[in-house]
Write a protein that binds this ligand. Structure first.
Ligand SMILES: [Zn+2]
Length: 340
């Protein structure tokens, strides 16, 4: 099964899909406590569903993906992010299946990160089958740029050389929205004509607008509409491949955090910690692991998706592997068994 994994930064799901949030009690409150270091008291600025719905449907594609239909099954699974709810730790956790302690990504600077030892979901698919064709496109350089923080998605230059692994970082000079549009166009063409085995596509526009105008703004809702439309383009591409080539696609959409009414995130407010995973199988039933999931934490997403698309792999279990040790240089022991 092929995977299209769409990453929408900073989407308030109670605004984008108020009915879905109201319908599942697991969306009501976080399923685990925040570390007090990253707590602002957990205040809840969630809008009541009627009030959010009154603002009009702003994410028709996401709603349709989650609802599914008689041919294509869809679902939306509540997810609770673990503070700090900054983008770096959030996406590193989602895309590498790591807790913050494991990735050592706590802020957006990625200082001292362990991502070389915490490979991303595309790399894990490549490790399972080195013939895999993968791509990633992202407005934020932390995802794919060799010169940026991170990157979360490994470079794999050998596979880039043969076109098996393609990375795209758009020109940022005309603003975030133009960059998001370029990401969409680049990814949609390749999804349509090349049909990679797995793709990660990331859009920053909603988060940037949240910071500038707050979640309680017309601009924020318009930004959600825009990425919903970009999502539709990519869904259209893989749906056509399903129809023409009978390819089996799993489409997944998620976010790394919400936004406060006045803008901002990073701590433990309910509307900031609340996330979601939408899964939709084009022309088929959802894989069993996704059907069984009731509520998720961000570090569980990668394994859930690998299980769902049938990627199996094991890690070498050997004590001491990966451990780095040095010793004080006091000179040789002169034990001739080991003297060479
Ligand atoms: Zn973010």
């Amino acid at each position: 099964m092929k995977l299209l994994f769409i990453c929408l930064d900073g989407v308030r799901v109670d605004l984008a899909l108020p009915h879905a949030v109201a319908a599942d009690p697991a969306f009501a409150a976080p399923d685990h406590a925040a570390d007090p270091r990253f707590s602002a008291g957990g205040a809840d600025g969630t809008l009541p569903p009627e009030e959010a719905a009154d603002l009009g449907p702003i994410a028709p594609t996401l709603a349709r993906l989650a609802a599914g239909d008689s041919r294509s099954e869809g679902t939306i699974i509540p997810m609770w992010m673990t503070p700090p709810t900054d983008s770096g730790p959030g996406w590193a956790s989602i895309l590498t299946g790591s807790r913050h302690e494991e990735s050592n990504v706590w802020w957006n600077e990625f200082v001292g990160h362990h991502l070389a030892k915490r490979p991303d979901i595309l790399s894990r698919i490549f490790f399972a089958n080195p013939s895999a064709r993968t791509l990633a496109a992202a407005t934020w350089d932390a995802f794919v740029a060799p010169h940026g923080p991170g990157p979360i998605i490994h470079q794999r230059v050998d596979q880039q050389r043969t076109g098996q692994h393609q990375l795209f970082l758009p020109d940022q000079s005309r603003g975030i929205d133009a960059a998001d549009a370029a990401v969409c166009q680049w990814a949609t063409w390749r999804l349509s004509h090349e049909g990679p085995d797995a793709a990660v596509v990331y859009f920053e526009g909603v988060d940037a607008t949240g910071h500038e105008h707050g979640a309680d703004s017309e601009q924020y809702r318009e930004a959600i509409k825009r990425v919903d439309e970009w999502t539709r383009h990519m869904v259209k591409a893989v749906s056509e491949r399903h129809e023409q080539l009978a390819e089996d696609w799993l489409i997944v959409v998620t976010t790394d955090h919400g936004h406060k009414a006045g803008g901002g995130h990073g701590e433990d407010e309910v509307e900031v910690r609340r996330s979601f995973v939408i899964a939709h199988r084009v022309g088929g039933a959802l894989p069993e692991p996704i059907r069984a999931a009731r509520s998720l934490r961000s570090h569980e997403v990668m394994d859930l998706l690998l299980d769902s698309i049938g990627v199996r792999q094991g890690w070498m279990e050997a004590p001491g592997v990966g451990e780095l040790r040095d010793f004080d240089t006091t000179g040789p022991t002169r034990d001739l068994h080991f003297e060479w």
